[in-house]
Design a protein around this ligand. Structure first.
Ligand SMILES: *Cc1c(COP(=O)(O)O)cnc(C)c1O
Length: 225
């Protein structure tokens, strides 16, 4: 079965690399996700709240769900009971809402700061300065349940390895800087989520700890509008 083979391929590739595979299952049917699950994959990424909630209700409960798409504050409450990591935190206000819901459900929620690294103008994310501003704020320092475990970035959709390498290095350097300035004593700040189907090899070489791979596992997506 193709999906299982693809999962095995990534498992081999990532063995002893310190990098984990996030299987991006957006738009994929339950059967496809179960094929990956039965091949041993437990970490899945979705970009829409509603779709993730529906899948979480139906699929095995030991799946670790990562939200990788833009999140509106009023939707945090729907995923707060189960989400493992929100990779797309791009404002202090969103972080405050996640904190509120994490307290309400009495569980930790891991968060990655989504950093703007691409040349394209459409991508969400924080600048390096905005990320530092959040981490230095009294509002953030007062938070108890939210755990910032690292950074996430979406590189430019380009075949230029020079450009991609530059963007991945920028994210890795920012991670190191934030680690030094804000999380020196905290082993939980350790994730650099970068790399997708088209550029994960390069991201891996540049120090990614989480690659987010969809189409190279499941095949091309069928968007229904
Ligand atoms: C869809 C998506 C991916 C996976 O993309 P592929 O090219 O299918 O591997 C990774 N990250 C984010 C944020 C996405 O939305």
């Amino acid at each position: 079965m193709a999906i299982a083979q693809n999962i095995n391929h990534f498992q081999d590739k990532l063995k002893n690399s310190g990098c984990r595979l996030i299987a991006v299952s957006k738009t994929q049917p339950y059967e496809a996700i179960m094929d990956a699950y039965n091949a041993g994959q437990r970490v899945f990424g979705e970009n829409k709240v509603q779709e993730m909630v529906a899948k979480q209700e139906t699929l095995p409960k030991d799946i670790e769900w990562h939200l990788i798409g833009h999140l509106q504050r009023n939707k945090v409450k729907y995923i707060a009971p189960f989400v493992h990591t929100i990779q797309s935190v791009d404002s202090l206000k969103l972080l405050q809402e996640i904190e509120k819901q994490a307290i309400r459900y009495d569980r930790p929620i891991n968060c990655l700061l989504q950093i703007y690294i691409a040349e394209e103008e459409t991508k969400f994310g924080l600048s390096a300065a905005e990320a530092k501003e959040i981490l230095a704020s009294p509002e953030f320092k007062a938070m108890e349940r939210v755990q910032i475990t690292g950074v996430m970035g979406i590189a430019t959709n380009t075949t230029s390895t020079t450009q991609l390498r530059k963007e991945f290095r920028f994210l890795k350097n920012l991670f190191e800087e934030l680690k030094k300035d804000f999380f020196q004593q905290e082993a939980t700040f350790k994730e650099i989520s970068m790399g997708m189907s088209s550029d994960y090899e390069l991201a891996l070489a540049e120090g990614s700890t989480m690659i987010r791979v969809g189409s190279s596992i499941f095949g091309a997506r069928n968007y229904q509008v």
